[in-house]
Write a protein that binds this ligand. Structure first.
Ligand code: FAD
Length: 420
């Protein structure tokens, strides 16, 4: 006798999408979430900055085909539709870049992406090894590596980089992307504060929690590969070697956000003003900024890669100091001092044992890992994996996590209706 048809581990986007599919098809579902809230790496709160602030996902990448866009529209949420990158806010040595310099930078990014696309032959290599030389090399490496992927290009598989294709526009949600995901979980059978300690999958799957065992006809695991690699869930028997290798091939990089509030009347800049610095050299790790999103008094800095991991270890005061120094590269120290209220909110994805980073990249040589994890159908198809790490083209994104959860749920529907 099972206690439910499907136990879903994790109430992030993938777990919620899967639960919606399964509940709609009449299956008895239990979503077991270790944390005190739903949404996982999509998390909006309005307390620290007085208005919605997304600690995790904030852009609907590739917005038009993104499965979450119509759901946001159906709820009547306010969307800020942002076109392709223009690099309007590019600064060089404390001055605004000229149009010609901005174009040069954009061309250097395109040249890098063209070089990646031309370098996908076996054996898989790292992105840095094929990055073109030139005056923008350090800036392009920082942008495409640390900021976009949360990891340096030399740690990223070029084949996976090319497979993860996010064309189109990036839109933001005024009410918060995390708030959208939380609303999509309304009414689902989610048990919060219920960490899964172990999954026993030798026979009919059993999920062990501090409150006891839950027997299920099938189990869907949606926790991050960072959690899985760190042993945050025990599997009995152990996962097969190829599945463990796939998990280890998909580590999480880190993107951190540091947010401060502007003093009343300070910095009368247009909403969504962006600032980005040309990197002086490969040791330089400029913070990127977005000021006044939705016209709010927010100043948000983005930092990824090694600098983000270091600041996460040092704490919020160090993150605030870094933010102030970095913003001074654009506005000058005196303006920054006058414009920003004291105190910062710094995101905490690195330290949190329920996440252990921001989102995945494949390490060089592990370009096939996403497919291995997505296709793993253990216990005769009764134990599956889903989440951003599993999506072939939109990995690392919220839309990819959502689609992955929905696809895994469809596979479980087939399995449970027609067990082989
Ligand atoms: C700073 C940052 C910025 C980002 N920006 C964007 C963006 O702008 N656009 C975009 O599309 N994407 C962005 N992302 C990525 C996006 O947030 C993720 O890809 C997506 O939310 C992942 O969803 P998921 O369901 O795969 O995993 P998760 O959201 O990690 O969900 C897994 C859930 O499992 C739970 N869990 C962990 N261990 C256990 C356990 N033992 N038992 C039970 N539950 C457990 C966790 O608490 C979590 O709720 C960003 C992420 C971060 C961190």
């Amino acid at each position: 006798m099972s206690d439910c048809d499907v136990a879903i581990i994790g109430a992030g986007a993938a777990g919620i999408a899967a639960a919606r599919v399964l509940v709609a098809r009449g299956f008895a579902v239990q979503v077991l979430e270790a944390g005190a809230r739903v949404g996982g790496r999509a998390f909006t709160e309005s307390t620290s900055l007085g208005a919605p602030f997304d600690h995790g996902a904030s852009w609907l990448h590739d917005a038009v085909p993104n499965p979450l866009t119509p759901l946001a529209e159906a709820m009547g949420l306010t969307l800020h539709k942002q076109g392709r990158r223009t690099k309007e806010g590019l600064m060089i040595d404390g001055r605004r870049a000229s149009d010609a310099e901005r174009l040069d930078y954009l061309r250097a990014i395109e040249a890098a992406e063209a070089a990646f696309e031309a370098s996908t032959a076996d054996p898989d290599r790292d992105c840095a090894s094929v990055l073109p030389e030139g005056p923008w090399r350090a800036t392009v490496a920082h942008w495409l590596g640390n900021i976009i992927n949360g990891a340096p290009l030399h740690e990223i598989s070029v084949q996976d980089y090319v497979a993860i294709d996010l064309p189109g526009e990036n839109w933001q949600v005024a009410e918060g992307l995390g708030a959208l995901v939380a609303r999509l979980a309304a009414g689902l059978p989610v048990r919060l504060n219920t960490p899964v300690l172990a999954v026993e999958w030798g026979g009919l799957p059993v999920v062990q929690t501090p409150e006891g065992a839950l027997r299920a006809r099938a189990v869907l695991v949606t926790v991050s590969t960072g959690v899985l690699a760190a042993g945050g869930l025990r599997f009995a028997p152990d996962l097969p070697d190829e599945v463990m290798a796939a998990i280890q091939g998909l580590p999480l990089g880190l993107l951190s956000k540091v947010a401060l509030r502007l003093a009343p009347g300070a910095l009368e800049l247009p909403a969504f003003t962006r600032f980005e610095c040309r990197a002086a050299d490969t040791a330089d790790a400029p913070m990127n900024f977005m000021l006044r999103p939705f016209g709010r008094d927010h100043a948000v800095g983005f930092i990824g890669g090694a600098q983000a991991w270091a600041l996460a270890r040092e704490g919020t005061a160090a993150a605030e100091a870094y933010f102030r120094t970095e913003l001074a590269r654009h506005l000058g120290a005196a303006t920054v001092q006058a414009a920003l209220l004291p105190g910062a909110t710094a995101t905490q994805w690195a330290e949190d044992p329920l996440f252990r980073g921001a989102y995945t990249h494949a390490i060089p040589g592990a370009a096939g890992a996403r497919q291995v994890l997505r296709d793993a159908a253990l216990a005769g198809g009764r134990l599956r994996f889903a989440g951003e790490a599993c999506h072939p083209t939109h990995a690392a994104t919220l839309g990819g996590a959502w689609a992955s959860g929905a696809q895994a749920a469809e596979a479980l529907v087939r399995q449970l209706r027609d067990p082989a």
